[in-house]
Write a protein of this length. Structure first.
Length: 340
């Protein structure tokens, strides 16, 4: 059994709810601090060490030492230290709500909207908009946001409105009950779908980027081909883990960066002999072509199974249409360029 915690960058802070896990047999022989770092990749080693020293982590009911050797199967309880709540003001920013009840919201985030306030984005975020829509969300960590999308990624998100819903959604994220699928347009023509199993960590020299690293955190991405074009591929992507920039990093790692990705792409590919509208559309697509199209989860209170789908936004749909027309104008050249 693995830790009952959300994937990386999805663990909400600001709550002292006890978190429980059981060490997997594969961790036998590791030191406790090493086993904790592997089982709880959401937290830094320094933070885990601080919690060990403070007695916030118990093993089989006792307070352990960092150098104790794990045999596997130990019951672990972690009480995360409360993080300072982000102070943010309500702002009248429109929300595209797809589902509303007393416990949860499901919304469609447009590309260009930052989820959380931070350096360079103190206002104008989704969190500010949520506080305006429902001031009571100020009493929940991160205004009820339990997962996030990159600024320039569009698509579906679920937000908790009550403490019980918040805890329930966190548990579902941790146990991978929540299902999320993405639409993407990649540079290059994929022969078929597949999976990427490659650990992800912070880039060694550029702290704004992530990278595949041997010492990174476990990350798994599954993808399948929806449609091939002459130099691009439309794919459907499903996450098994949730690392920062995971889809963007993994698809770049296997040679298929996302169209328009300013961080990991930086390469324009135009089909040979393409018409001007196709060239202009590819040159003008200045964000990663990524959209969270499907979201499904169990309602944390009613236990009803809920599922939502969101069509790709206009810019994404327009680019797909032009790439499809390009294939029709060049019969017999499908997937002729960019194959990898």
């Amino acid at each position: 059994m693995t830790a009952l915690l959300p994937p990386d960058d999805e663990l909400p802070e600001g709550s002292e709810t006890a978190l429980h896990l059981r060490f997997a047999p594969a961790l036998a022989g590791r030191r406790l601090d090493q086993a904790l770092a592997e089982a709880l990749p959401q937290y830094s080693r320094s933070r885990l060490k601080g919690w060990l020293d403070a007695g916030r982590i118990t093993v089989n009911g006792g307070v352990p030492r960092a150098r104790e050797i794990i045999v596997g199967g130990e019951s672990v309880t972690v009480i995360p230290e409360t993080a300072p709540r982000v102070e943010a003001l309500p702002e009248a920013i429109p929300l595209d709500l797809r589902h509303v009840d007393a416990d949860v919201l499901v919304l469609h985030k447009p590309a260009g909207l930052v989820v959380h306030p931070g350096a360079g984005n103190p206002t104008g975020t989704l969190l500010n908009a949520l506080l305006h829509y429902d001031p009571a969300l100020a009493h929940l960590p991160r205004a009820g946001i339990v997962h996030r999308l990159d600024k320039d990624t569009s698509g579906l998100m679920v937000v908790a409105r009550t403490p019980s819903a918040y805890d329930g959604l966190v548990t579902q994220l941790s146990t991978r009950v929540v299902s999320r699928e993405y639409e993407a347009i990649c540079v290059g023509v994929m022969i078929g779908g597949g999976s990427v199993h490659a650990p992800i960590g912070r880039h060694e020299t550029d702290r704004l980027r992530m990278a595949v690293r041997r010492d990174g955190r476990d990350a798994v991405t599954h993808y399948r081909v929806t449609e091939r074009f002459r130099a691009h591929t439309h794919v459907r992507v499903q996450l098994e883990t949730g690392r920062t920039h995971q889809i963007r990093v993994h698809l770049t790692h296997v040679g298929f960066p996302l169209v328009g990705d300013p961080t990991y792409g930086k390469r324009l590919v135009v089909p040979r002999g393409a018409d001007i509208p196709v060239m202009e559309a590819l040159r003008g697509f200045r964000r990663q072509a990524l959209h969270a199209a499907h979201l499904a989860f169990v309602h944390p209170v009613s236990q009803a199974h809920l599922a939502f789908d969101a069509a790709v936004p206009e810019d994404f749909a327009a680019l797909l249409a032009l790439l499809q027309e390009d294939v029709l104008r060049h019969p017999g050249e499908e997937a002729a360029h960019g194959r990898r």
